[in-house]
Design a protein around this ligand. Structure first.
Ligand code: CAA
Length: 258
């Protein structure tokens, strides 16, 4: 598939997607989000891919939705086209894990895109923020909801109301990112993490992602039941037999995804 705003690569079960609009700090325009949706769907369907890394450049993961593309739009155009709605839905359909490897700016839609991934590894130069308030609007692809769940109401509210940025250390302290690494090591760290996930049973990886995400969608009791049923269902797989036999035999399991 030929794309103009992203670069894609598949190697050793890891699919990598790099946002690539350097002149606009990877601002998310409609074309980029459509291409990203297609690339993600194609990797989700591809048996060679077990885990996906989404990244940007050293200067910017993404500096937000493309302000220049949006600036002249009317309410009728935004609401009528459900601007960014279908693209966001496409991303939420992806069943394989997506790791966000974030260096530089992750602002507005860029921060929201990182939060839509399954977890975030941040470079030490990463800066997160929801500065839409400075443009006379508010976050539009999940910021008010997701940032609040990651970092709590007080910090999220302050960030949305002041538009200030959060550096990588604060993002780690607040639970927004899983860890911070030196910028030069970001991709190596993300690849190492992805490789660890790629070794596991692909079925348990899908189930774990579904179950953790359910924690955001339902009550604790329903979530616990969902988890328990998925756990039971894993006992219908050969990977469960293999994983437990390998443990007893003190060898590395060979998971086949069945
Ligand atoms: N949209 C369009 N173009 C953008 C952009 C954006 N979000 N962010 C940066 N650019 C462009 C700049 O216009 C500039 O282009 P030109 O060279 O053609 O002028 C180029 O990228 C480089 O940017 P700067 O010169 O501004 O770089 P800097 O290093 O001085 O500043 C920055 C970096 C602090 C990130 C600054 O670019 C900035 O504040 N960007 C906007 C951040 C923002 O407001 N994001 C929220 C967008 S709205 C949104 O995301 C809504 C939503 O939730 C869906």
């Amino acid at each position: 598939m030929a794309f103009e705003t992203i670069l894609t690569e598949i190697d050793d079960h890891i699919g990598t997607i790099r946002l690539n609009r350097p002149d606009a700090l990877n601002a998310l325009n409609a074309q980029l989000l459509q291409e990203l949706g297609k690339a993600l769907a194609s990797m989700d369907d591809n048996d060679k891919v077990r885990v996906i890394i989404l990244t940007g450049s050293e200067k910017a993961f993404a500096a937000g939705a493309d302000i220049k593309e949006m600036s002249d739009k009317s309410f009728v155009e935004m609401f009528g086209s459900d601007y960014f709605g279908p693209e966001v839905e496409a991303m939420l359909k992806v069943r394989k894990p997506i790791i966000a490897a974030v260096a530089g700016y992750a602002l507005g839609g860029g921060c929201e895109l990182a939060m839509m991934c399954d977890f975030i590894i941040a470079a030490d130069n990463a800066k997160f923020g929801q500065p839409e308030i400075n443009l006379g609007v508010i976050a539009g692809i999940g910021g008010t909801q997701r940032l609040t769940r990651f970092v709590g109401k007080s910090k999220s509210m302050e960030m949305h109301l002041t538009g200030r940025m959060m550096d990588a250390d604060e993002a780690e302290r607040s639970g927004l990112v899983t860890r911070v690494v030196p910028a030069k090591d970001l991709m190596a760290d993300a690849q190492k993490t992805a490789a660890k996930i790629a070794e596991k049973s692909p079925l348990s990886v899908l189930a774990a992602k579904e179950a953790v995400n359910r924690a955001y969608e339902t009550t604790l009791r329903e979530g616990l039941l969902f988890e328990r049923r998925l756990f039971h269902a894993m006992f219908a797989t050969e990977d469960q037999t293999e994983g437990m036999q390998a443990f007893a035999e003190k060898r590395t399991p060979q998971f086949r995804g069945n």
